[in-house]
Design a protein around this ligand. Structure first.
Ligand SMILES: *Cc1c(COP(=O)(O)O)cnc(C)c1O
Length: 369
């Protein structure tokens, strides 16, 4: 297939970054800096500063970050973990695999956790609440804090899609005990492979996670306890550190592209678009994704494909409708309705304004027909 607009465009990203990034890669390899070296420490320091926390711990991916947290918090059978069904399965799986019971709440108009439902969902068994800052938009953290305080639960923010987003002027990922980030290549900040991090203000927790990611090691040979191998590759850390310095510019670029989509699509009657980048004074959204919704989702996606535009559906089946997960007792009507209607449009810093205009024009043609 000859796409006019890819859903992500890694070759174009590499073409632009190669002149400066290739020497970073070459230098790191030439020094032999392959495992847990200075590049990782530098990246962790810069990431913590960017994310607004005291500490950042680089790990192999976001899922492993959540796994190490579930271990550090000693989550187990009888514990309840409250989150949503409209998310990537990795939000929940590390807790479910330790025997905890997932309790899922419905979502609101902006596709994020409906925090009005939280107080009904928490019990004295709730150990963790996991708000998911989906699509680069922060959950209402005042409401999450209130619910957590009523039951004594800790908040772990799944900020995999929201590096750099803010709520009430405060950076997403700084509201709870800890937050987790994904550097999967298509995320806000992408590695050339898998990578992730946990951010926290809690030094004791950060030290524990640092030991857990490396077999429980503290110092050269002492063991803190049983551990895992969930290290962040030093080479990926060097790449991420170079890219992190450019992230503010890329976030502005995403917000600029969102502005174009919003301007060109806001008047179509059979289409709902995300809250625009300038429409919510309480939030600065970073547009990891630009997700539209329509009853005509499937024919629209086919029409766009015929016009050479690649799109994606995240996710067509919500977690509570996955028979293998044992979550079928949940009743989440808004989540179910949305999963039939969502469509993610191309959204990444390398997109040209004209490409976004092309996508929008194609969508307009579909609805005006
Ligand atoms: C990408 C993603 C994850 C998982 O990240 P990995 O780095 O692939 O493990 C978890 N939660 C959400 C919301 C994500 O988008």
């Amino acid at each position: 297939m000859d796409w006019r607009v890819r859903f992500v465009d890694y070759p174009e990203q590499w073409r632009r970054q190669r002149p400066e990034l290739l020497p970073v890669i070459e230098d790191t390899i030439a020094r032999g800096d392959l495992m847990l070296r200075q590049q990782l420490r530098d990246f962790e320091e810069h990431l913590a500063r960017f994310g607004g926390t005291a500490r950042a711990v680089g790990v192999s991916n976001c899922t492993d970050g959540l796994r190490l947290l579930a271990h550090a918090l000693d989550i187990g059978p009888g514990d309840e973990v409250v989150s949503v069904a409209h998310t990537f399965v990795a939000t929940i799986s590390p807790f479910a695999l330790r025997g905890a019971t997932p309790v899922l709440v419905d979502i609101g108009d902006d596709h994020l956790m409906d925090t009005d439902r939280l107080l009904d969902a928490v019990t004295e068994r709730t150990r963790v609440i996991i708000p998911v800052h989906l699509n680069g938009r922060t959950v209402d953290m005042n409401a999450v804090r209130k619910a957590a305080d009523t039951c004594g639960a800790v908040i772990v923010e799944d900020a995999a899609q929201a590096l750099g987003a803010t709520f009430d002027g405060r950076t997403a990922g700084t509201f709870g005990l800890a937050s987790t980030y994904s550097f999967y290549p298509a995320k806000m900040l992408g590695a050339l492979g898998d990578a992730g991090a946990v951010l926290t203000d809690d030094d004791t927790l950060a030290d524990r996670l640092t030991a857990l990611r490396d077999h429980g090691r503290i110092g050269k040979s002492d063991l803190d306890g049983w551990g895992y191998n969930c290290r962040l590759d030093n080479l990926q850390a060097a790449i991420l550190d170079w890219r992190l310095a450019r992230l503010p510019e890329w976030i502005e670029r995403r917000r600029h592209l969102a502005r174009i989509y919003t301007k060109l699509l806001s008047d179509l009657p059979d289409l709902e678009i995300p809250v625009g980048p300038d429409a919510d004074p309480q939030r600065r959204d970073v547009f990891q994704n630009y997700v539209i919704t329509s009853d005509w989702r499937t024919p629209l996606a086919e029409h766009l494909r015929d016009d050479g535009v690649e799109t994606m559906v995240s996710w067509p089946v919500p977690l509570h409708r996955q028979p293998g997960l044992g979550l079928g007792h949940h009743r989440l009507p808004r989540t179910e309705e949305l999963c039939d209607r969502v469509l993610s449009l191309p959204m990444y810093p390398e997109l040209a304004d004209e490409q976004v205009e092309y996508v929008a024009a194609s969508i307009r043609r579909f609805f005006e027909r």
